[in-house]
Design a protein around this ligand. Structure first.
Ligand code: GUN
Length: 287
């Protein structure tokens, strides 16, 4: 069997096109959606992600601003800026790019963002709402994965879903969303004793560990749906290319549906950030 490829780039483009009318309607009524992205330090991967987020906003017609701080900035400076943005009616979404340098308490920063502007869905209040099955904002990467599963016609009811990775950004919210759709969910992580035992039982496998090509074809069930959240850069001696957590070449011969890297989940993450920001503006405008 050769798997069908779930094209995240095409779906992202389709969704972004559909967002334009909503952005235009909001803008015409004086509620142009606005997003501020805060970047602290010079982490090269974060710089690329932030630039892509701001560019995507511009293309769809949102207002966006990138605020950058040196890596040794005092946390209070960032907290004061967040307080100012919380009160700014032009701004509907505030995103602080993670990870933050070590002098920061990341939870404290995330809690400082007004929950109705927390388009990442990382504020404790929004995490709680998601757990209760009543989300205000769904974290962008797992939200993008759910949209891709929907597009692929995957019915999750009664399926075995395995998430590899337990981060607050992807693994944990991913598990909640799959559970809400009726899947039986297992969360594996770096201390899981027998990873292959779990992955080979998965009807739907989501890999979000940050280890290049860790999931190989012999670890998955024939006909499985394989979603690759990983974005890893291979070392120069291995070609320096981007690759996922899934070994695409071996898994595509076993899976029924698979996402590529690049062109899979990545473009969907940014798209769902736009969706959350537009949604925040619509709520504020009473639409
Ligand atoms: N770092 C890696 N992924 C993300 C994300 O989705 N949001 C933020 N704020 N930081 C990240």
């Amino acid at each position: 069997m050769t798997a069908q490829i779930l094209d995240g780039k095409a779906l992202a483009e389709e969704l972004r096109t559909s967002f334009r009318a909503r952005v235009d309607a909001l803008t015409a009524q004086g509620h142009r959606p606005g997003l501020v992205v805060i970047l602290v330090g010079e982490d090269p991967a974060s710089q690329v992600y932030v630039r892509n987020k701001v560019n995507a906003c511009e293309k769809v017609g949102l207002y966006s601003e990138k605020l950058t701080y040196p890596k040794d900035v005092a946390p209070q400076v960032v907290l004061d800026k967040i307080a100012e943005l919380n009160a700014d009616p032009k701004i509907h979404g505030i995103l602080v790019q993670l990870p933050l340098p070590s002098q920061f308490d990341a939870d404290k920063v995330l809690e400082a963002i007004a929950p109705e502007k927390d388009v990442d869905g990382f504020h404790a209040e929004n995490v709680g709402a998601l757990m209760q099955g009543n989300p205000r904002f769904i974290p962008c990467t797992p939200y993008g994965v759910m949209k891709m599963l929907e597009k692929g016609g995957v019915d999750l009811g009664g399926k075995e879903a395995v998430v590899v990775g337990r981060s607050n950004i992807v693994g944990k919210p991913m598990a909640m969303l799959l559970l809400a759709q009726g899947a039986t969910v297992t969360v594996c992580h770096s201390r899981t004793a027998d990873l292959k035992f779990h992955t080979s039982r998965a009807d739907v496998l989501v890999a979000a560990v940050g280890r290049p090509k860790m999931i190989t074809g012999d670890m998955i069930k024939p006909g499985a749906v394989v979603i690759d959240v990983g974005i890893n850069r291979l070392p120069p001696e291995q070609g320096g290319k981007l690759c996922g957590d899934v070994d695409f070449d071996s898994c595509k011969e076993v899976a029924s549906l698979i996402t590529p890297v690049p062109g899979g989940v990545g473009p969907m993450t940014i798209t769902m950030l736009l969706a959350n920001t537009i949604e925040a503006a619509e709520r504020k405008a009473g639409l």
